[in-house]
Write a protein that binds this ligand. Structure first.
Ligand SMILES: Nc1ncnc2c1ncn2[C@@H]1O[C@H](COP(=O)(O)OP(=O)(O)OP(=O)(O)O)[C@@H](O)[C@H]1O
Length: 273
């Protein structure tokens, strides 16, 4: 099977003053569907820049990105926006919920952006919230929700249009260890499917053992690619928590076998409406 995500020769320069600084250096990697792919590395290593390029929201200076065969940066601007709306779900670290919309309305936003009528989109949003076990929060505003509930709404919004690529930026950073693992289990349950790719950026070594694949970055380059962290990964996933964080090691960093995992149940709002 060909790779779901093909990143080829991607470099990125940012202008700084009157010169430009290269922050990604010739990155080439393929990612498969049906796996939880973690992208890890110290602050400033280039993770957010890379996933922004993969998600079609930041142009690379050089190189190409193919998402299920579509060459993102050969599309026109209009085609790229349409492709993104249809195929990509992004879970932001700060959730980015719209404060004046209810949970169900927030969850339906990608469908409205893609042209669906608001009432229908909200109904679909409500169905996904139900799937994520927060149907009882559907008519509340973000400020009436706990952090964990807001995050579930953000996850619902990223999945409501059944995207083929789901990208999550630090989904567990603000959560305690137990809640962080629950979010990862939830992502595994609802976002994984044989035809869906998931990329999770994380510093959080407490959840490294839940990855199927870990790609490590340092100074804008890929320095590790495996099913667990290398034993000498001092900087990556530094544990600066005091709540019993687990260091990834050969003992704890075991891969959850895709073969042994239960069959993924991809979320389908359509099926429940
Ligand atoms: N718009 C920008 N202009 C100039 N430099 C930038 C810009 N965005 C990012 N950078 C630089 O690019 C490098 C990579 O940043 P990036 O945010 O991708 O790292 P990161 O690994 O995601 O970090 P963190 O874990 O702290 O979010 C950093 O040195 C950063 O200062």
């Amino acid at each position: 099977m060909s790779a779901a995500i093909q990143i080829a020769g991607v470099s990125k320069d940012f202008p700084v003053g009157d010169r430009s600084v290269r922050v990604l250096h010739d990155i080439t990697i393929d990612l498969r569907a049906g796996e939880l792919n973690f992208l890890v590395g110290e602050s400033g290593s280039g993770k957010t820049t890379l996933i922004s390029i993969v998600a079609g929201i930041l142009f690379p200076t050089e190189g190409s990105v193919r998402i299920f065969g579509t060459d993102l940066y050969s599309l026109s601007d209009t085609q790229l926006v349409k492709f993104r709306l249809k195929n990509i779900g992004f879970i932001f670290q700060q959730y980015n919920l719209i404060p004046t919309l209810t949970s169900a309305e927030n969850a339906g936003v990608p469908l409205i952006a893609a042209g669906m009528r608001r009432d229908k989109a909200t109904q679909r949003g409500r169905a996904v919230l139900d799937r994520l076990n927060i149907a009882d929060q559907a008519d509340k505003l973000p400020r009436q929700l706990s952090g964990g509930q807001q995050q579930r709404v953000a996850i619902a919004r990223a999945l409501v249009h059944e995207p083929r690529l789901v990208v999550c930026d630090e989904p567990t950073a603000a959560l305690d260890a137990g809640s962080g693992r629950k979010v990862m289990d939830l992502l595994r349950e609802v976002a994984l499917a044989p035809d869906r790719a998931v990329i999770i950026v994380t510093h959080d070594n407490r959840v490294f053992d839940l990855a199927d694949r870990i790609v490590g970055m340092e100074d804008g380059r890929i320095t590790h690619d495996g099913t667990q962290m290398p034993d000498d990964s001092h900087g990556i996933g530094r544990d600066d928590t005091d709540d019993g964080g687990i260091r990834a090691s050969s003992e704890t960093g075991r891969k959850r076998s895709a073969a042994a995992a239960p069959a993924p149940a991809p979320i389908s709002a359509k099926a429940t409406t």
